[in-house]
Design a protein around this ligand. Structure first.
Ligand SMILES: Nc1nc2c(ncn2[C@@H]2O[C@H](COP(=O)(O)OP(=O)(O)O)[C@@H](O)[C@H]2O)c(=O)[nH]1
Ligand SMILES: [Mg+2]
Length: 671
């Protein structure tokens, strides 16, 4: 196998558009599998995990490979659902091109836009396959019109046009550049596409452009070379057409992948240095996926970037200094089917079993001097649950199991919130997290409660307060004595503790105890026991007793004086505000902005990107705990969103008083 003959691409798109069916057909047509797998009869090669077969739709990405016209295809079937975007992001991170499948009935959707955005981010070619053209309501022309509205006519250029558009009349696809036999009813469309292609092809090369403008007829070989250059230069999005169910247009697609899709040879820039990709370099690859499952065992998936990896060899994990891994047999994968391979060249995807300490995003290389590749960026989680064990004492078991699950799904994050003291499981939505909960139960045999997490409110003051406390105790032997006077005021820049005691009213050696008392109170404010921030505390007076004063007494006095000062300083509640970016088809804009307003959100602006309306807003976190689910139901799954923490802001008084009342009720219950 030579790298120049490898084609590595990612099949992506909206759920249900026919990605998996297309992949299955490519495997079958190339004799990579003996029988045609089907999603509907649960015999899919790509959707092979039990939970995928149950749902009849992909959850995980599946690495696939086949040989077509002497070219080695390594491709990945990705799940379409927004909540499994992590799998798709990792696949695209390793791919050389993205083939987006678009259903000819529904047209481009949010899943399409998302895949294309990720491909654009990596500056790799984007291609489209308009699928399911055999269905009654399918229309290639309508689909193309929608795509052109989003990207423009000079970008979206069909390379094939269906003869008999949509439904049972759909019989074959016509190549707009090379086919001579064009049915008259599509002749105009084909001619238009041919002209658009010739413009795009001429633009790839000065010499071609001159000859083209001079009216010279470009030769077939000029056109073929120019077509590859136009696609690989990311100037155009070539559109293929067909039906996986009827096996129409897929031979043409596969032929063109072999001929026009990029080979893995190109330059990459690692740490500012330009490196050529080929077999002669030391081996370097990126880990983009890992499975640890009773079903398939522990497998690590590696994309070879440069050089050659060999079975039964040793490699270094560049991302973990000192870690060396022994590679056993390399496997080329088709779902769960493993084919042993002696070596893997650039462009290949191989899996290897039982690595010790290698994780998704790591770089593996032949020697430690090779520069590591940048890791994989996963999207920020948009939903969290607070996790507790159903059975008392199971917490450690749950934590260990969750860490194992996260290892194979970096889009899931685990964290302990120091402010709310909750153990948080965060991910891309309730379905995503639901699968984690199910795995905990089925695979690890522990049950977890998943609850809406507490909001980490904070407290500050809007005024100033003067607090005093005299701590005095006389119980038989040695007494306790300390007196502290301190002022609390609002300080927008953060917390400051200032010792302004003059004349030794509090001896210097007790000041740390006073500060300690204040610090303790800063973690539990007077309103709802949340962290206090943005205050200046100035200790300015006090009294001590030469025998009875000690650190303990000063700490106690300081705590009480702080509480006294806070009560006078007009304390208020602050809440986390998130920046939310929602992507939706424009017909939902009114509903979505209305809902955001209802959630106390502020819409900052709107713009169109990849054909979707992008609404940016600032919304209190407390209103967003179920937004992933709500957005899905408001848009029938056509919307996605991202969010990130922005800042803390005061809670409006009417809402603050409810939160405080609730806290007090819970607090008095507990007593
Ligand atoms: N009529 C028709 N149905 C198709 C075609 N391709 C896929 N399907 C069906 O569409 C549904 C979703 O297909 P699937 O491949 O799972 O889509 P994915 O979610 O994008 O992977 C399944 O029921 C398929 O049988 C096609 O070309 N024509
Ligand atoms: Mg699928």
């Amino acid at each position: 196998m030579k790298a120049v003959d490898c084609r590595n691409f990612v099949v992506a798109g909206h759920p249900g558009c026919g990605k998996t069916s297309l992949c299955e057909l490519m495997l079958f047509k190339s004799n990579a599998v003996p029988r045609l797998g089907s999603v509907d009869t649960k015999t899919s090669v790509a959707d092979f995990m039990p939970d995928e077969q149950e749902r009849k739709s992909g959850i995980y990405s599946a690495a696939l490979n086949c040989v077509w016209r002497d070219h080695n295809f390594f491709f990945i079937d990705t799940p379409g659902y927004g909540e499994f975007i992590g799998e798709c992001a990792a696949a695209i991170r390793q791919g050389d091109a993205v083939l987006t499948v678009i259903d000819a009935t529904d047209g481009p959707q949010v899943g399409t836009a998302r895949a294309w955005k990720m491909a654009k981010g990596r500056r790799i070619p984007r291609c489209a396959f308009v699928s399911r053209l055999d269905r009654d309501r399918a229309s290639f022309k309508t689909t193309i019109d929608q795509m052109r509205r989003n990207h423009g006519k000079s970008v979206i250029i069909p390379l094939y046009w269906p003869a008999g558009d949509g439904g049972s009349s759909f019989s074959r696809v016509v190549n707009v550049l090379f086919d001579k036999d064009v049915p008259p009813e599509i002749a105009d469309d084909v001619a238009e596409c041919r002209a658009l292609w010739l413009d795009a092809i001429a633009e790839t090369d000065d010499d071609l452009m001159t000859r083209y403008l001079d009216g010279e007829e470009l030769s077939e070989s000029d056109i073929r070379k120019g077509l590859a250059a136009a696609i690989q230069g990311c100037r155009v999005i070539p559109v293929f057409a067909g039906s996986a169910a009827k096996d129409i247009g897929v031979t043409e697609l596969m032929d063109d992948i072999a001929e026009f899709f990029p080979s893995p040879y190109r330059y990459i820039t690692v740490d500012g240095a330009k490196r050529v990709i080929d077999e002669s370099e030391p081996a370097l690859g990126i880990v983009f996926k890992s499975i640890n499952d009773p079903f398939v065992g522990q497998l690590t998936f590696v994309r070879v970037v440069t050089g050659v990896f060999k079975s039964d060899s040793e490699v270094c994990n560049l991302s973990r200094p000192g870690v060396k891994e022994r590679l056993g047999t390399l496997f080329f994968m088709n779902g769960k089917l493993q084919t042993p391979a002696a070596e893997a060249v650039p462009g290949c995807i191989f899996a290897v079993a039982k690595l010790k300490d290698t994780h998704v995003g790591d770089s593996l290389a032949a020697n430690p001097d090779v520069v590591a590749l940048p890791g994989i960026q996963f999207p920020n989680p948009v939903m969290s649950y607070a996790v507790t064990a159903v059975k008392h004492g199971d917490d450690d078991k749950i934590s260990a199991a969750l860490h194992k699950i996260v290892e194979c799904d970096p889009a899931i994050r685990l964290s302990r919130n120091d402010e709310t003291h909750e153990f948080l499981l965060s991910g891309m939505g309730d379905q995503h997290l639901g699968i984690v909960a199910k795995r905990l139960k089925d695979q690890f045999k522990v049950e977890a409660n998943l609850a809406t997490p507490k909001i980490a409110y904070r407290e500050t003051v809007t005024g100033a307060g003067d607090g005093h406390y005299r701590h005095k105790k006389q119980t038989g032997g040695a007494g306790q004595f300390a007196e502290v006077s301190l002022k609390v005021s609002y300080n927008p820049d953060g917390f400051v503790f200032s010792n302004d005691v003059v004349g030794g009213a509090i001896p210097r050696n007790f000041i740390p105890a006073v500060e300690k008392g204040v610090n303790e109170m800063m973690t539990a404010g007077p309103l709802v026991g949340c962290r206090v921030e943005r205050v200046k505390v100035s200790v300015y007076d006090g009294k001590y007793h030469p025998v009875d004063s000690n650190e303990m007494a000063f700490k106690t006095a300081s705590r009480m004086a702080f509480r006294d000062a806070m009560a006078q300083a007009n304390p208020i509640l602050l809440e986390p505000i998130m920046k939310v970016t929602v992507n939706i088809p424009d017909s939902y804009t009114g509903d979505i902005t209305g809902d955001l307003n209802h959630k106390r959100g502020r819409v900052l602006g709107m713009h169109i990107d990849e054909g979707l309306e992008v609404v940016e807003a600032e919304v209190p976190q407390s209103e967003l705990s179920r937004y992933a689910t709500e957005l899905r139901s408001m848009t029938q799954g056509r919307g996605i969103f991202e969010m990130e923490f922005l800042r803390y802001e005061p809670v409006p008084p009417n809402i603050a008083s409810q939160i405080i009342a609730k806290h007090q009720a819970e607090h008095s219950d507990a007593e």
